[in-house]
Design a protein around this ligand. Structure first.
Ligand code: DAH
Length: 337
């Protein structure tokens, strides 16, 4: 048996293995369960104790040599296979880009507005989207039978409402501490409205509030004028129209001139060239009183800007619903904002 092993040891050194098929038949012949090594071990088991020592050593050596050959060849063939795989890569094929995140156009507009009003000394605040009647209506001087309090216009959640405007945050802030306040308060608001290209059941506003001694309507106009020049560009024309809100007196709406040249601006402005972008006014004395502020000492102005509207205007978006569909083809267009 020892001779047989010695012969095999010499023999295997001469074996040439050229590819993985040959390697496999090598493995089957020598190292598999029915292969040469296995058979030799079976024979070896039958040897008497003393002889085992002499046979065991070369037998183990043979096994190790065979495994060494097998492993080193296998490694070579695996490497070759991998490099063939990489050679087969067609680097001219188009790649799927790993798209970076981008800022939603509404958020970009909000950030821009925050920057503009920060530069005028405004601070930032937020309030809850689920409100009680007091903050959304009562303290804002809405009459008990005001139509906005109707189920048809407002979403109710038990005894609460989904806030219909960000003006509720004015009340929350004025209840917290004494004037002066100079705040902007952005957020989402909800109305029970039919969804169309121009109106949605939720949208976004940014509320402004400035209360101090001696604040006038002239301050309001100048602030809003400044905002328009910064946001829409120098030279943008504005006009104020008298309006009505329960929480301001006097009240106004501000339009900007978008012209009547294109079909889009004609449609948006219903042919007039003017587009309403915000409501505003001097804070009603009753509102100040409901927050324990003396209207004989303090005056203030407030405004509420429709953010979806100015976003659509700024980026030429003609259907409000596209802002909320999360269609990546739409959002991609705002990369880098
Ligand atoms: N809350 C009003 C709305 O949702 C907008 C508004 C008008 C806000 C006048 C104000 C304001 O602060 O003074 O239509």
């Amino acid at each position: 048996m020892i001779e047989k092993i010695q012969r095999l040891l010499k023999e295997i050194k001469k074996i040439e293995i050229k590819n993985s098929e040959e390697l496999e038949s090598f493995r089957l012949q020598y190292l598999s369960r029915k292969g040469v090594v296995s058979q030799l071990f079976d024979e070896f088991k039958k040897f008497p104790g003393i002889e085992k020592k002499d046979v065991g050593k070369p037998l183990n050596l043979l096994k190790q040599e065979l495994e060494k050959i097998f492993n080193s060849k296998k490694e070579n063939f695996d490497l070759e296979k991998n490099s063939q795989l990489t050679q087969n890569i067609d680097s001219s094929l188009p790649v799927y880009k790993n798209l970076p995140a981008s800022t939603h156009p509404l958020k970009a507009v909000e950030n821009k507005l925050i920057d503009i009003f920060y530069s005028l000394g405004f601070d930032y605040s937020e309030g809850p989207e689920i409100e009680d009647d007091h903050h959304n209506f009562g303290a804002l001087n809405f009459e008990e039978d005001h139509p906005a309090r109707d189920m048809q216009d407002t979403f109710f959640v038990g005894d609460y409402v989904l806030r219909t405007h960000t003006s509720s945050v004015q009340i929350r802030e004025m209840e917290k501490k004494n004037p002066p306040y100079r705040l902007i308060m952005p957020g989402r608001v909800y109305r029970n409205e039919a969804v169309s290209s121009r109106s949605n059941c939720f949208f976004h506003q940014i509320e402004g509030l400035y209360v101090d001694k001696g604040v006038t309507f002239a301050d309001l106009k100048q602030t809003l004028y400044y905002f328009v020049q910064q946001f829409f560009g120098e030279g943008t024309e504005v006009r104020f129209r008298a309006s009505y809100f329960p929480f301001t007196e006097p009240s106004a709406e501000m339009d900007i001139w978008i012209g009547t040249e294109s079909e889009d601006t004609k449609r948006l402005s219903k042919g007039t060239g003017w587009l309403e972008v915000l409501g505003c006014g001097m804070v009603h004395p009753n509102v100040l009183k409901s927050c324990s502020i003396d209207p004989d000492i303090y005056t203030g102005y407030a405004f509420g800007i429709g953010m979806d509207r100015i976003t659509m205007l700024k980026y030429g978006i003609n259907d409000i619903r596209t802002l909320f569909q999360n269609d990546i083809r739409m959002l991609q267009q705002f990369q880098g904002l």
